[in-house]
Design a protein around this ligand. Structure first.
Ligand SMILES: Cc1cc2nc3c(=O)[nH]c(=O)nc-3n(C[C@H](O)[C@H](O)[C@H](O)COP(=O)(O)OP(=O)(O)OC[C@H]3O[C@@H](n4cnc5c(N)ncnc54)[C@H](O)[C@@H]3O)c2cc1C
Length: 417
């Protein structure tokens, strides 16, 4: 399926630029914010991929998500099915089993997952945070061995930075990796790890030189089944109920030096390089959630009978929709600009921080309005808007709390390099 969809992706540059010249509707002009075939940053190949992805989430994920919320995880088979469809790690170069696609394809997967309202599969963490670390910093052996398995979904990836006593204050992590001959011995723990329960490989940040703070951190590829690698219980979260989030423990975990990812003591620099994409994907999923909530709310109030008419006939309600739509298309315009810059490898860290902070705040605000417009039904779990509301809450916390984003943006303004 994916090969058919993408056979036309490898078109000549001239055809692509021709397609870009064809004007596409801006979201504000389209009949729905979620329409396929709109937004100038995409072309017809992206549209085909989006249609396939939308259909996949509607048929393979949405009908089963309620069961997975009770289980606190999604089945492993979902990952291999997603791999077969080319939905996982699709930017990984072809020589490592990937499709070598531009960053707009994963963006389509982020957006379609948000439109479906199904936050269970931790695909974005796996595909667009973990896989890029290995692609960018892995040795040839690490890339050959791990990337094809991440692309196919045979393996699930996680990233372990946060610890019980160190989240925003990354320099304060306590997990250590002490050199012992040709090996390293890890001791410590991580908390709130997305995909932590199901993961086959976790990139773990550990201090190899505790005297240097953040500048003494190295990354290690820790594999499921290694002696001393212990998975804690799945955590009982407010939202994202079907996503497995857990604690991880390292107890005298001995790994060969070949398990180190990237240069020794340079883990912090690797993290800094990868953060813009992580923040962009959080922002994009935030705007997509706002788009979905706006459309669901519009449909609801245009249908709901009250006061001898419809809720949408009330001026306060139509003004609320006006605010929601305007705010959302403004957010979309900025995120699309960031996606375009990222596709050209020009996205700056402070821009990604702006997108992350502003769009996740937008997402929470729109979700709150959406619940209000749905009345009591908005508080019921069977309504997507209810899930969007609880799932939105964490977006301003992880990937760097929004207060940290403002700190970074502020520094780039007052102390530009
Ligand atoms: C569902 C979920 C999934 C997650 N997935 C992962 C994962 O896969 N891997 C991973 O490593 N981590 C993950 N995290 C952890 C997440 O990144 C951290 O929770 C986040 O970085 C904040 O750290 P903290 O919880 O320790 O809060 P703290 O650092 O204690 O901060 C608490 C609050 O204080 C304020 N604050 C902190 N520092 C400042 C400052 N300098 N200036 C102003 N205000 C400040 C902010 O409001 C912040 O929210 C996840 C968290 C959740 C909830």
């Amino acid at each position: 399926m994916i090969s058919r969809v993408l056979s036309t992706s490898k078109t000549s540059v001239s055809r692509l630029s021709q397609k870009r010249l064809m004007s596409r509707l801006a979201p504000a002009q389209a009949s729905k914010l979620t329409d396929i075939g709109i937004r100038d940053i995409f072309d017809s190949d992206h549209d085909m991929f989006r249609e396939m992805t939308r259909n996949w989430f509607e048929t393979e994920v949405k009908p089963f998500h309620g069961e997975w919320e009770k289980a606190g995880e999604v089945p492993r088979e979902l990952w291999t099915k997603a791999g077969e469809m080319g939905l996982l790690s699709n930017m990984v170069p072809e020589e490592y089993g990937g499709l070598g696609l531009d960053c707009k394809y994963p963006a389509i997967v982020w957006e379609e997952q948000s439109y479906s309202g199904c936050t269970g599969p931790g695909f974005a963490m796996h595909s667009d945070i973990v896989a890029p670390y290995i692609t960018n910093y892995g040795t040839e052996e690490q890339k050959q061995r791990m990337l094809p398995k991440l692309v196919s979904g045979e393996w699930i990836g996680a990233l372990g930075m946060t610890e019980p006593s160190a989240g925003s204050d990354f320099a304060n992590i306590k997990t250590v990796a002490v050199q012992d001959g040709d090996d390293y011995i890890l001791n410590g723990s991580k908390v709130f790890i997305t995909n932590g329960w199901l993961c086959d490989v976790c990139i773990v940040c550990a201090k190899t030189d505790p005297s240097k703070g953040a500048h003494g951190v190295s990354l290690f590829l820790i594999e499921d089944g290694m002696e001393g690698f212990i998975k804690g219980n799945k955590l009982n979260k407010m939202g994202m109920k079907a996503q497995d989030t857990c604690e991880l423990f390292f107890e005298d975990l001995r790994v060969p030096a070949s398990a180190m990812l990237g240069p020794k003591d340079k883990g912090f620099y690797c993290v800094m390089q990868e953060l813009p994409q992580e923040r962009l994907l959080i922002a994009d999923m935030g705007v997509a959630s706002a788009e979905a909530v706006f459309e669901a709310s519009r449909e609801y109030v245009c249908d709901r009978k009250a006061f001898k008419g419809k809720l949408s006939d009330l001026q306060t309600v139509s003004h609320k929709l006006a605010e929601m739509k305007t705010d959302t298309v403004v957010g979309r315009a900025f995120v699309d600009q960031c996606i375009e810059l990222h596709a050209e490898h020009k996205l700056k860290s402070d821009q990604a921080s702006m997108a992350k902070y502003w769009c996740t705040d937008l997402q929470s605000k729109i979700a709150d309005h959406g619940v209000q417009l749905h009345g009591g039904w908005g508080y019921m779990w069977e309504y997507d808007v209810c899930k969007h509301f609880v799932d939105s809450r964490v977006q301003s916390i992880y990937g760097g709390a929004n207060e940290i984003m403002k700190e970074l943006i502020g520094r780039s303004i007052t102390n530009p390099r």
